[in-house]
Design a protein. Structure first.
Length: 210
């Protein structure tokens, strides 16, 4: 069984058409319904769940007994077939961050930006010891922006500059990006739209348009 967290169309969608693969799709609306439950907004796990819901379109669960599917998943994810089969095709995101480079450089990859690499105490394990991208950002961008604001802009304040944190609730009332893009493409057939497929730190592919 393999769960896939999707925020846009991705290569794993092709598994739905495989004869040897059964699939179950949980839509974003179901997660939004769950998010309306009484959750403690100060609970880190609750915050992480709500953030995940904001970035999901659906979750698709695939089941198969065909080893060829593991081979195809390996080609998509970069993990070895052995790792995928040892996890019964149910590969968690934390394992992906830990295992992708385990047998190559022994390093882990960042959760929010996989270009950042970490070095754990041991190569064994199911999850990284820390998030290397956050460590880098907090020691580079944060001091730099604080210095610029205070010394160059001469803006003196005791307000803390947060690199990340709780920004809920999101106000999406006037978010018409998708329809505006559709309209622009319909009105101007010569418009250039660049579609970039990237794999996020969570291991899920995302299509970015510019």
């Amino acid at each position: 069984m393999a769960p896939v967290l999707a925020s846009a169309q991705n290569p794993f969608d092709s598994f739905e058409d495989e004869n040897d693969v059964s699939s179950v799709v949980v839509t974003k609306n179901m997660f939004k319904l769950l998010s309306k439950m009484d959750l403690d907004s100060e609970d880190p796990e609750a915050k992480e769940y709500l953030d995940m819901v904001d970035n999901l379109d659906n979750i698709k669960v695939f089941t198969t007994e065909n080893q060829a599917v593991a081979k195809k998943m390996s080609s998509y994810s970069g993990l070895t077939e052995t790792s995928i089969l040892q996890n019964n095709l149910d590969v968690s995101t934390s394992f992906f961050w830990k295992d992708l480079l385990r047998n190559k450089t022994g390093q882990t990859i960042g959760r929010l930006d996989s270009r950042y690499l970490g070095l754990d105490k041991t190569e064994a394990g199911d999850s990284p010891d820390f998030n290397p991208e956050l460590t880098s950002w907090l020691h580079s961008f944060t001091p730099a922006i604080n210095y610029y604001i205070r010394e160059h802009l001469n803006f003196k304040t005791d307000i803390k500059y947060n690199m990340f944190g709780d920004v809920r609730p999101w106000d999406n009332k006037n978010n018409n990006v998708r329809d505006n893009l559709r309209k622009a493409m319909a009105e101007n057939r010569e418009i250039f739209v660049e579609a970039t497929l990237t794999v996020e730190a969570s291991g899920r592919p995302r299509i970015a348009h510019s």
